[in-house]
Write a protein that binds this ligand. Sequence first.
Ligand SMILES: Nc1nc2c(ncn2[C@@H]2O[C@H](COP(=O)(O)OP(=O)(O)O)[C@@H](O)[C@H]2O)c(=O)[nH]1
Ligand SMILES: [Mg+2]
Length: 463
Amino acid sequence: MSDILRVAVVGHTNTGKTSLLRTLARDVDFGEVSDSAGTTRHVEGLRLMADDVPAAELFDTPGLEDAIALLEFIDGLVAPGERVDGPERVARFLARDEAAGRFEQEAKVLRQMLASDAALYVVDARDPVLPKHRDELELLAACARPLLPVLNFVAAPGARVTDWRTALARLGLHAVVSFDTVAPPLDGERELFDTLATLIHAHRARLQALIDARARESDARREAARRLVAELLVELAARRDRIEDAAEADSEAVLQAAVARLREDVRRREQACVDALLRLYRFRPDDARMDALPLTDGRWDDDLFNPETLRQMGVRLGTGAAAGAAAGVGVDLMVGGITLGAAAALGAIAGGLWQTFGHYGERIAAKLRGHRELTVDDAILRIVALRQRELLAALEGRGHAAMTPIEVGGTRTASADDATRQWRSGSLPGALTRARAHPEWADADGGGDDKDDAVAELAVELG
Ligand SMILES: Nc1nc2c(ncn2[C@@H]2O[C@H](COP(=O)(O)OP(=O)(O)O)[C@@H](O)[C@H]2O)c(=O)[nH]1
Ligand SMILES: [Mg+2]
């Protein structure tokens, strides 16, 4: 036997053995999962790595289908009065023709047990504890390998966790973990490996390395996920669509088209973030469904007095003529063809600084009116943020055995913690306010260090 830790995953048919391997390996494609009995007909293994070093091998096995009959058969191989321990009984059985015939499935399981350092015994905790389970456990115990029962389906209604823990204790199995493969507890994996380590001391260090590596991976994943969401929000907030001059008669149609385009782009950008998150967490592309975003009209220049926008233009609020002079430079540049944001200029005008522009006069005003801009509503930013936070939470709590997609609505979440309330109705984070004044940040590749800083800052706030 090599010095890598080998763990057999055993149990009755359909208790979720293959599902457990999927979730532990974060691999939605491992093996075949199905409601019909006996889908896994042979032993299939996979490796869990700790920082690129193999830490453990897990082996999926066929279900134990007829433990009662097999136990009777094995008892028949022992002469009356003969003293034979478990491993010897199992060896006698495996040497018989029946191990390749009638009890072929069971033989595969027992062979894998003997070839392993330990086993996880997967239980459907909704099942009542039956004689077949006791016989199964007796057979497995005969292999003389440490056995850790894993209670699956514990998140399902009707789970009999206490019954199972009591029954297992009566059989001498006191270390038991609850681990729903579809909705595993947040620290469930650590608990599972930790408990396993107490049963097989020789492999403790290896399991600890696995636990540590996985904790680091999970932190890194969470951080990367928050960055993806922060990037999405910053880019949406920065977005500034210019609506070109149009004759009075066409202006409504032009506006509608621009709004539709903006809305579609927001939807696509959000979906790109969802796709990236699903890839990051190693789920399938269609494992999350987002409700359609509510329709709003887009935002019309309502950040006229956005201090950051004005600051960009060299305008400090309420400082009269000096600020006006500075603003004049900004407007001049814009008229010269460099876009600095018409909204800010209009803000300066509305702020009573107009007269300081002197001879630019009406010419500038006309130019400004012709270049209206469309931005993404605060309300939409809030909803996107809420939805993405909901999605992040769902991804963190989802096992790779889950088959039904995550449904994300974003506005309906019942529980509202402080952070949720803040996103719903508090002031928006500073990073987003800043992004409003940087249309170049809307571009995935644009923005440079300032944008990176804003994204990093927002990512922390999403935590
Ligand atoms: N709701 C729920 N379904 C599960 C869970 N574990 C497994 N299943 C489902 O139960 C069925 C049997 O699972 P599978 O992994 O194939 O069981 P195996 O025969 O022991 O390998 C599949 O339809 C799984 O999707 C669980 O924790 N919760
Ligand atoms: Mg299976």
